[in-house]
Design a protein around this ligand. Structure first.
Ligand SMILES: NC(=O)c1ccc[n+]([C@@H]2O[C@H](COP(=O)([O-])OP(=O)(O)OC[C@H]3O[C@@H](n4cnc5c(N)ncnc54)[C@H](OP(=O)(O)O)[C@@H]3O)[C@@H](O)[C@H]2O)c1
Length: 320
């Protein structure tokens, strides 16, 4: 008979203990009787505790769910833990009651992530604004939270000796925007977007992600912290949160014909399951290192619309 027991050892570590119960004979010379049993305890696997920043986000919520499913203790950060309409779904995940802690943290507040990160084995830094209106507030709404926020999270990691590895969610946007793209293609992990190109073409998301990732590599070099970066392309898949988040709003707007036009660009797409798998491997596989592009098919938005229109002909998709 085999029993699986989750044995808490302290606040952030626990082991899966497997107890095998087998019958063997033990002879007692005093009583001249035989007792038949043996219990052998085998420590199978040390389970880490992880912090995922921005748990309400599309990718982060999948990470929280998967880590809980895999038996880990998980901490996640949100800006407003009291907002049940945004955060409540995280508490419904299997294992959340026993193993999920939700902390309040804001990317723009220095030291905000200290408590959530102190004591964990690894940090998935995923929180970042993604698609926001490109207006006069672009610096405050996108660039600063992405760049300064990443610095804040990393400085909390530097204060926590427990943190063995940081997995940063960067983007293919940190790779693909540069003047010489035609000459150097196909692009790979060695390529970087050019911040000057991004600024000149108002590509503020790409500018922010490139700068934040470069800062993170500098931080890793200076502090000796183990950093692995995942660079996904456009992530698609079903939503866990009750309300759509930024990239899903873009797809909905295209499906509903609300924008007036679809983006005239070709992008890489990747399924959320692959993105989550890449993050988990990046954290747990000791051989993982460097940047990991996570992307599958490349398509123009017009092709995506045609594919969806064939399946859902009654929706008022963008026509141009
Ligand atoms: N989705 C994609 O296609 C894609 C592709 C490549 C890379 N990425 C990267 O993957 C990460 C997650 O993307 P996503 O699509 O999952 O994002 P998302 O659904 O838009 O969620 C963004 C998360 O960031 C949090 N956040 C934003 N500003 C914050 C602030 N000032 N302080 C604390 N938290 C803040 C949000 O928290 P609130 O709930 O409080 O707003 C939310 O949890 C990002 O780093 C993004 O750049 C995404």
């Amino acid at each position: 008979m085999t029993h699986l027991i989750f044995l808490p050892l302290n606040s952030h570590l626990y082991f899966v203990v497997i107890i095998f119960v087998q019958s063997i004979s033990i002879y007692n010379p005093k009583t001249k009787t035989k007792t038949k049993f043996e219990i052998s305890i085998k420590i199978r696997k040390k389970m880490g505790e992880y912090c995922v920043t921005g748990g309400t986000g599309f990718i982060a919520s999948y990470l929280v769910k998967t880590l809980l499913h895999n038996g880990h203790f998980v901490r996640t950060t949100v800006r407003n833990p009291e907002d049940e309409s945004k955060v409540g779904f995280l508490r419904e995940f299997n294992g959340a009651k026993e193993r999920l802690k939700i902390f309040k943290a804001d990317l723009m507040v220095e030291g905000s992530f200290d408590e959530a990160i102190q004591g964990v084995d690894g940090v998935y830094h995923t929180a970042s604004p993604v698609l926001v209106p490109y207006d006069d507030n672009i610096k405050a709404n996108l660039v600063d939270p992405c760049i300064k926020g990443t610095r804040n999270v990393l400085s909390s990691c530097a204060k926590a000796n427990s943190v063995k590895r940081i997995v940063l969610t960067s983007s293919c946007s940190s790779i693909r925007y540069r003047y010489d793209v035609g000459e150097v293609s196909p692009l790979n992990e060695s390529h970087w977007s050019d911040p000057e190109y991004c600024k000149n073409y108002n590509l503020w998301y790409a500018y922010a992600k490139t700068t934040a990732e470069k800062d993170a590599w500098k931080f890793a070099e200076e502090t000796g912290k183990d950093l692995v970066v995942v660079n996904p392309s456009f992530v698609v898949g079903p939503l866990l949160a009750p309300q759509p988040t930024s990239t899903l709003f873009l797809i909905l707007a295209i499906i509903k014909g609300e924008r007036g036009e679809y983006p005239n660009t070709t992008v890489g797409f990747v399924h959320i399951d692959d993105v989550v798998g890449a993050h988990i491997l990046a954290m747990e596989n000791s051989k993982a290192s460097g940047r990991l592009i996570c992307s599958t098919d490349v398509a123009h938005w017009s092709q995506i619309i045609e594919m969806l229109r064939a399946k859902y002909p009654s929706y008022p998709f963008e026509n141009k």
